[in-house]
Design a binder for this molecule. Structure first.
Ligand code: AMP
Length: 416
């Protein structure tokens, strides 16, 4: 199988490692890729959100499967354009990607499908926003209605800050605060059959102890030793299958990766958000534990044959990833700094570039790289991930020091 992977972040580096290690993959091309992905794939330039450009490249490289990593190309219709050329694509249609592209649409689907989620109002002006904030009370949750690269959400006790965020965004969704530990569940689906991957937890806030602003994600671990038994079955029955059925009923089946972001509240699991693609950085830990060949799995989802796919196999143990972020991230990351110590197995590149003059590795994004490690248990995986991160030198960089710490110490409890 020849595979074209679209994207160039940490998620795509993790996907590239998984795809390259599948014996069925004879050729892997990544566009645009990154310097980490370059060690396992041929890199090509492409405007990743240009449907015609990606579809053209898929044909040119004779791809049997196109795997689309980021959300923007999906929302732009890249999967549709690839399929129109007769090439299998892993990723939902533009219509189905609205589950991520519009928070209002996602709420509509959840309401229609009876999926448990936070109560919410869509607001377009200061007056309706103020009313919604007062309806729910603090802490206030205000979400940009469109795509915002994981940074469109403000959760705050400060009513004025909540109003300010709403004003900056234009159309927002104001919703009830959900209290309880968060879980990310990835589900591979062909629109009908659906296979859950291992649940993971990520860390959205920039600082230790969940302090500071939200980011794209500062680290993750899997599996979740504190997750209630039966959680995945419950989410598949109450969230995933009703959502997929509603999307089919509307004539816009969702095929690809359905990311279910949940809060485990005292009243049970509640959906915080859907994404239409693998989450970053949870992908790094989930795929590190997946033993089943990745390309075969994604190809089955892309070709409507997932029901015939064998059950997934997982490695024993646990995985932890810790993100190294650039100086100033998330507000105004500085780029162009030299990185050393990154040439190690387990270092996943997220925002890096090679300097043309001498091939030096430079920071090129807010989240620069992550140290990803597995171990016989969570404590060992965590130690190994931090050994990787401490070996990296990048001026002004920062990382959280508490990724997976509460889980290792047994400090996470699901409210009852
Ligand atoms: P989202 O982009 O919707 O995933 O939101 C980003 C982060 O904001 C989530 O991972 C949560 O930590 C937080 N968040 C979003 N919605 C809520 C909510 N209704 N209650 C509590 N926290 C939330």
């Amino acid at each position: 199988m020849r595979v074209l992977l679209v994207g160039g972040g940490g998620r795509e580096h993790a996907l590239a490692l998984g795809l390259a290690s599948d014996p069925a993959v004879e050729g892997l091309v990544a566009a645009p890729g990154n310097p980490g992905i370059a060690s396992v794939a041929e890199l090509r330039e492409v405007a990743a959100s240009d449907p015609a450009a990606v579809a053209g490249l898929a044909v040119e490289v004779a791809a049997d499967l196109v795997v689309i990593g980021p959300e923007a190309p999906l929302v732009a219709g890249v999967a549709d354009a690839v399929r129109a050329k007769g090439v299998a694509a892993f990723g939902p249609s533009a219509e189905a990607a609205r589950l991520e592209g519009s928070k209002t649409f996602a709420k509509e689907i959840m309401m229609a499908a009876g999926v448990p989620t936070a109560r919410a109002h869509t607001c377009t002006d200061a007056e309706s926003t103020a009313r919604a904030l007062d309806d729910f009370g603090p802490p206030y949750v205000v979400k940009n209605d469109g795509l915002a690269a994981g940074k469109g959400v403000v959760v705050t006790e400060d009513r004025a800050a909540a109003l300010r965020h709403a004003q900056e965004c234009g159309q927002v969704v104001v919703e009830e605060y959900l209290a309880g530990p968060e879980v990310s569940l990835f589900v591979v689906t062909d629109g009908e059959a659906a296979l859950p991957l291992l649940p993971a937890q990520d860390f959205k806030r920039v600082g230790d102890g969940d302090s500071g602003p939200n980011t794209g994600g500062m680290g993750a671990y899997a599996p979740l030793p504190w997750a209630p038994p039966g959680l995945v079955d419950e989410v598949m029955a109450d969230v995933v299958h009703p959502t997929l059925a509603e999307m089919r009923r509307r004539g816009t089946p969702f095929a690809g990766l359905l990311y279910v972001g949940l809060a485990l509240t005292a009243a049970g699991p509640r959906v915080i958000e859907f994404n239409a693609r693998f989450g970053d950085p949870e992908t790094q830990v989930v795929l590190a534990l997946l033993e089943t060949p990745l390309a075969g799995l994604l190809h089955a989802a892309a070709t409507g044959t997932l029901a015939a796919h064998p059950p997934l196999r997982w490695r024993d143990g646990a995985a932890v990833t810790v993100v190294v972020a650039a100086d100033g991230y998330p507000a105004s990351p500085r780029t162009g700094d030299v990185i050393t110590g990154a040439e190690r197995a387990g270092i996943i590149h997220a925002g890096t570039a090679r300097r043309a003059a001498d091939g030096a590795l430079l920071s090129a994004g807010g989240r620069v790289l992550c140290g990803t490690a597995t171990g016989p248990d969570l404590a060992a995986a965590r130690d190994a991930a931090y050994v990787l991160v401490r070996g990296v030198e990048l001026a002004g960089s920062h990382h959280r020091t508490d990724i997976a710490a509460a889980a290792v110490e047994g400090r996470i409890a699901v409210p009852d």
